[in-house]
Design a protein around this ligand. Structure first.
Ligand code: ARG
Ligand code: GLU
Length: 706
C-alpha cells in the first residue's frame, strides 16, 4: 500500500468514525449539526437549557448509581427493575413477595416510601477550567482551594448543591448545580419473571427479552421543593416530563440516550489495555470462575442456598461475564494494534510540529508514550497483586472479608467508638444474613490457593497457609463460641466482649488474614500507588497531546464520570461473528421461545402467556406483534441503566438496561461494528403496565404520542 492510499484510508476511516464513533457528550456541548444530520428534529437547546424547561429537567440520577426519568406531570419516575431491585426486595416478605409476584400500588396512598433513596436533577453545568487551573502546573492543593472558592461563590438556592468535577483526565473542570429529592416512593414493578427474565444466562446478551423496568414517584414539599419523607408531601410537579412514543423506531432511525454513565477509560495507551486484557482480567476471571463454580454446585443441590446466594451470585457473575466479553471484544476488534498505530501517528505529528516549535510540550510529548509503557511494565506485578487481593481476599470470600473487618477492629481496639462498633456489627449482620459456612469455606480455600499461587512471593508473608482447620475453628465461621455467644448469631453482643482484642488475636484465621493484609499493604500498595500517581500525571499529558494533535482524526469526549451525558446513534443490528447477523428488535414470541416452566430464569407468568395466546396487545403492538427489546449504536456504560432512549423529537421510545456482550469493550474502545446498547421498548413497558397489571391509573397520567 503506498503512502497516499493509506492516508486516504485513515481519512475515510476517521470520517466514518466521526459519524458513528460513539461518545458520551456533555449536554451543554452537543454537536447539534451532526445530530440533526443523523435525523434529530429538535435543537440542542431543547435537550439542555438552564434558562427554561428542557429535556434534562426530566432526567434524574437515581440513588446515585442508576438513571431515571420523569414520565408524567405528577412526578412518575421510570427506571430499571434491577435499579429498583433492593427497594422492591426491602418491601417484600414471604406473604407479599413483590420480587416474585410484582407490585402495583392501587392509589397514591399505597405508594411505598424508601428511606435513603434519592433522585437528583441537574440545574446547570458550567465550565470552570480557567478558575481551577490557575497556573501552568497547578498543584493538587491549589486545585482543591480553587474548587472550594468556586463552590462557595456559586449562586444557588439553599436547597441546591454545587460541586466541581475533573474531565479529560484533569485537563478541564466543570461546575454542577443540582437538586436532590429525598422522598422517592415505589409505585410499581413487574414480577422478576418479567423484570429479570433470562437473569444471568441472558445478562449482557443479545437477543434479549427482558422487561427490566420499575416505577417510582418523586414527592416534594408543598412548594415543590426537596424534603425528607413526610405523609404531607405531594407528588412532584416537574419542569418537564417525557411524552412516550408508541409508534416505535425502525432500523436506522436516530435515537439518543440521556443519563449518568459511571466510568470509562477510552484514552489509555495500548500497553495499558494489553495489561488489562492479558494479565488483570484473566486473574480476576480466574478467581470468580472458582467462586461461581462452587456456589453454583451448592445452589443446584439446595433450594435454600439458591435463594440465599442468588443475589451474590448475580453480582459476582455480572462483571465476570463483562470481563470475558471485554477480552473477546478487544481481540476481535484489534483494538490494541489500532491504538498502537494511533500512538505512532500522534508521535509523528508531534515530531513534525516540534521540528520548528520550541515549547514546553515539545519537551514533554515526544517521550510520553514510551514513559507510559515503561511505567505500565513496572506497575504490572503490583496491579496483579491488587487484582488478586481485591478478588480473593476481599471480593469473593465473605469469611476473609469478615476477617479483614475484625482485624481492623483488633488493631484499633480501645480507640474505637461505640458508634463504630455498632456499624461493624450491622455490617456483619448483613453479611451473615445469607452466609452458609460450608459454601463460603469451599470458596475461601479455593480463592486462597489462587492467591498463594499467583501473587508474587515478595508481597506475601513467609510461611503462611490457610487451612480447612483454620476455617473450621474460627469464630467467624461459628466454629468457636465465646462464653456461649456466637459471632454469627449475635455480632453485637460478641463485639462488646471485654476481652475482644485477646479473642481476635487468638483466632488463627484472623491472624493469618491480618498478616496477609499487612504484607500486601506494606510491600505492594505504597509502590503501586506512587507508580499510579506518575501514570495519572502522564495520562493527563497524553490526553492533552491527543486533543492538541488528533482533532482532525476524531472528536474528543470526556471519559464517563457519573455526570449527565448524551450519547446518540441509530437503531441497528450487528454481526457478532462470521455468517451470523442479529436483528435490532425482539418480540414477545421470543419470550415464549425461551419459556421453561418453573425455571428460575426462564419461567413466564400465566397471565403473560394468556395475553400472548390471545394477542391481546392493546394499542401497543406493531403489525400484530409485541416488541420487547431493541438495540442501537448508543455508547453507554454502567450507570446508564434506567436511562431514557429518546426519538428524534425527544419522546421516550425505550429504557436502556444493558449492552451486547460482543461490544462490552466499549468502556475501553468503542467499535461501531459491534458495540450496541440494549433497551426495553417503551411499548412493552406500557403493555405490561396496562394489560398485564391493569394499572390504567398510571397510563392515564402519561402522555402517549403516535
Ligand atoms: N448487565 C446489566 C448491568 O450491568 C444488568 C445487571 C443486572 N442483571 C443481572 N442479571 N445481574 O448492570
Ligand atoms: N446494566 C448496566 C447498569 O446497571 C448498564 C449496562 C451497561 O453497562 O452498559 O448500569
Amino acid at each position: 500500500m503506498n503512502f497516499k492510499f493509506s492516508t486516504l484510508l485513515i481519512f475515510v476511516g476517521s470520517f466514518l468514525f466521526a459519524q458513528t464513533g460513539g461518545g458520551m457528550w456533555i449536554p451543554t456541548e452537543l454537536n447539534e449539526k451532526e445530530m440533526k444530520k443523523m435525523g434529530m428534529n429538535i435543537s440542542a437547546k431543547d435537550i439542555f437549557n438552564s434558562q427554561k424547561a428542557s429535556i434534562k429537567d426530566a432526567i434524574a440520577h437515581f440513588g446515585g448509581g442508576c438513571t431515571s426519568e420523569v414520565i408524567s406531570p405528577q412526578g412518575l419516575l421510570l427506571t430499571n427493575h434491577h435499579c429498583g431491585y433492593s427497594q422492591i426486595q426491602s418491601h417484600s416478605t414471604l406473604q407479599n413477595n413483590y420480587l416474585q409476584d410484582g407490585f402495583w400500588a392501587k392509589s397514591m396512598r399505597d405508594e411505598l416510601a424508601n428511606p435513603g433513596l434519592t433522585a437528583t436533577f441537574i440545574i446547570d453545568i458550567q465550565e470552570v477550567t480557567s478558575e481551577v487551573l490557575t497556573g501552568e502546573n497547578t498543584t493538587d492543593n491549589v486545585i482543591k482551594e480553587n474548587i472550594k472558592t468556586i463552590v462557595n461563590k456559586t449562586k444557588k438556592e439553599n436547597w441546591q448543591e454545587a460541586f466541581v468535577k475533573p474531565f479529560y483526565k484533569g485537563n478541564k473542570y466543570y461546575l454542577f448545580i443540582t437538586e436532590t429529592y429525598r422522598d422517592v416512593r415505589l409505585v410499581g414493578a413487574p414480577p422478576s419473571s418479567i423484570g429479570k427474565f433470562g437473569s444471568d444466562t441472558d445478562n449482557w446478551v443479545w437477543p434479549r427479552h427482558t422487561g427490566d423496568f420499575s416505577l417510582f414517584r418523586i414527592y416534594a414539599d408543598k412548594n415543590n421543593r426537596p424534603a425528607e419523607y413526610s405523609p404531607e408531601n405531594i407528588p412532584y410537579k416537574p419542569k418537564h416530563f417525557l411524552p412516550i412514543n408508541i409508534k416505535g423506531l425502525e432500523k436506522n432511525d436516530f435515537t439518543f440516550v440521556f443519563g449518568f454513565p459511571g466510568l470509562t477509560d477510552e484514552y489509555l495507551p495500548a500497553s495499558a489495555i494489553e495489561q488489562t486484557v492479558k494479565t488483570l482480567n484473566p486473574a480476576k476471571v480466574e478467581v470468580r470462575d472458582e467462586a461461581l463454580k462452587i456456589m453454583d454446585a451448592y445452589m443446584k443441590q439446595d433450594q435454600n442456598i439458591k435463594i440465599k446466594y442468588a443475589s451474590k451470585y448475580a453480582s459476582i457473575a455480572n462483571y465476570w461475564k463483562n470481563m470475558i466479553g471485554v477480552n473477546q471484544g478487544i481481540k476481535k476488534s484489534g483494538a490494541i494494534q489500532i491504538k498502537r498505530d494511533y500512538e505512532q501517528r500522534l508521535l509523528n505529528k508531534i515530531r513534525e510540529k516540534c521540528k520548528t516549535e520550541k515549547s514546553e510540550r515539545c519537551v514533554q510529548y515526544p517521550s510520553m508514550i514510551e514513559d507510559l509503557n515503561q511505567l505500565y511494565q513496572k506497575i504490572e506485578h503490583y496491579n496483579l497483586a491488587k487484582a488478586y487481593f481485591d478478588e480473593a481476599i476481599y471480593r469473593n470470600s465473605e469469611t476473609f472479608r469478615i476477617a479483614l473487618t475484625l482485624s481492623d477492629l483488633s488493631k484499633n481496639e480501645g480507640q474505637v467508638s461505640d458508634e463504630f462498633r455498632n456499624r461493624v456489627s450491622d455490617y456483619l449482620k448483613s453479611l451473615y444474613k445469607d452466609y452458609e459456612p460450608q459454601v463460603d469455606k469451599d470458596v475461601s480455600l479455593a480463592v486462597w490457593n489462587l492467591y498463594k499461587k499467583n501473587v508474587p512471593a515478595e508481597f506475601q508473608p513467609d510461611n503462611i497457609n490457610i487451612t480447612a482447620e483454620d476455617l473450621d475453628t474460627s469464630i467467624i465461621t461459628g466454629g468457636r463460641k465465646i462464653n456461649q455467644i456466637s459471632l454469627i448469631e449475635n455480632p453485637k453482643l460478641f463485639l462488646s466482649q471485654g476481652n475482644l482484642k485477646e479473642i481476635l488475636n487468638a483466632d488463627p484465621l484472623i491472624q493469618k488474614i491480618k498478616a496477609i493484609e499487612s504484607a500486601y499493604s506494606a510491600k505492594a500498595s505504597p509502590k503501586r500507588i506512587s507508580l499510579q500517581n506518575k501514570i495519572d500525571d502522564l495520562l493527563k499529558k497524553y490526553m492533552k497531546a491527543q486533543m492538541d494533535f488528533m482533532q482532525d482524526e476524531k472528536k474528543f469526549f470526556p471519559d464517563a464520570n457519573s455526570t449527565l451525558r448524551v450519547t446518540y446513534g441509530k437503531v441497528n443490528g450487528y454481526a457478532p461473528r462470521d455468517a451470523v447477523y442479529y436483528d435490532n428488535t425482539t418480540y414477545l414470541k421470543g419470550v415464549m421461545e425461551k419459556y421453561v416452566p418453573g425455571d428460575y430464569e426462564f419461567d413466564v407468568p400465566e397471565k403473560l402467556r394468556s395475553l400472548y395466546a390471545k394477542k391481546d396487545y392493546g394499542v401497543y403492538a406493531k403489525n400484530g406483534k409485541m416488541p420487547v427489546n431493541f438495540i442501537a449504536t448508543n455508547h453507554t456504560t454502567g450507570g446508564n441503566s434506567g436511562s431514557p432512549a429518546l426519538d428524534a423529537d425527544g419522546n421516550l421510545v425505550g429504557l436502556n438496561f444493558d449492552r451486547v456482550w460482543e461490544g462490552t469493550m466499549s468502556d475501553l474502545y468503542y467499535d461501531p461494528e459491534i458495540s450496541r446498547n440494549i433497551m426495553v421498548d417503551a411499548r412493552y413497558i406500557l403493555f405490561i403496565i396496562d394489560k398485564y397489571a391493569n394499572a390504567d391509573r398510571l397510563i392515564k397520567e402519561m402522555k402517549l404520542v403516535k
